[in-house]
Design a protein around this ligand. Sequence first.
Ligand code: SF4
Length: 460
Amino acid sequence: MLLRHTTKEVRERTALTVNPAKTCQPVGAMYAALGVHGCLPHSHGSQGCCSYHRSALTRHYKEPVMAATSSFTEGSSVFGGQANLLQAIETIFAVYEPEIIAVHSTCLSETIGDDLNQIVNKAKDEGKVPFGKYVIQASTPSYVGSHVTGYANMLEAFVKYFAEKTNEKIRQINLLSGWVEPSDMRELKRIMKMMKVKSVLLPDTSDVLDTPMTGKFEMYPKGGTTIPEMVSMGDSMQTLGLGEWATTKAAIMLDNQCKVPFDIIDIPVGLKATDRFIQALAKAGRVSIPESITEERGRLLDVITDMHQYLYGKRVAVYGDPDNIIPLIEFLVDMDMKPVYIVSGTPGKHFDSRMAEILSERVPEAKYKNGPQADMFLMHQWIKENPVDLLIGNTYGKYIARDEKIPFVRMGFPIVDRIGHSYFSTLGYTGGLRIVEKLLSAIMDKQDATCLEEKFELVM
Ligand code: SF4
């Protein structure tokens, strides 16, 4: 109803985005910084930006998100925000006592030309950074990229600042995580424990944004990658980056700075991407794959085989972040579903080639696009032209789902009208089971609600 005026005819647009399939860079920078223990994200810009970034994260994770701001006023907007940031650094260390302040820029501070590097160095020179405390910075103007590039830039800043190479290699691997849920980070750690691979996971938002209710407020919850862990990353045997968009920059930085070789693989969503992850983990950690992992794989395969008839041939529309939807699309195709429409607001040159690789033979009719004009409006237009059986993406898809009466599975960021994502992982083989369960429930609920009485089944 709300989008009933969306037209079917697609017109080429070059400068207009309608309902973008992304959000702004600092949201990602803030999320990455929250995955480091004792770190306080700091938004160098207006209070409004910081409030938006915090509320975007709080609404998704249902947890308080702590962050500070340079609180630009009219004066700082014209003359620059150096004085505000210098004052902020001093005040934050005195009042909130973080280990690290992770500063990211905003559209406003980038437009007026504030040099974060220079300001942070000035703060150090003036003794505003106490001994043993740190300030790092990342450039995250939101008129380029998306929340994913903001996340990638902050991840790069952490390894650049902290990773150190000594002459002694440590038998551990670095696992750079793409933007996934706290539940997913917990799952990655569980898998690495099962595989007996010692690793440093960066960032790690488990036990930060999924904390238990204890009745006591913790400004810095117990989770998050620690400073010694980040320092040790320079001596690791190898880096595995999960997600090309989110982790490549940090992996390259580690290689250049500390000579730690890297591989970039997909986030382990679904069967094949998890296979690749497990194999990469076994190779990097020089371990064999335990039987318990093989059994988890077998359970996922069993469920897919049992329920294949409900999934086969279903036309699906998917939108979200490239690192997350690329392996998801591969998984859907492996289950004989047809991902026919795919959009991602995050730019990046490999999107088309990855999509072609997965879809050209199995779903040749698929339409896909990424970048600023790959928005929710375009996806709705495609759906209006030729409907789909299922829609997968973040909360913003509920308008399209309601208008077009399409079963809707919430995956991605943000999800602000349901819970579960912080607690139930969709990574690995067990996470794959969760995805299959969600897809089947949505499809079967629609069948139960709309099928003819004589087709209404008790056993499905
Ligand atoms: S002004 Fe820029 S940084 Fe601030 S909320 Fe808007 S898009 Fe994000």
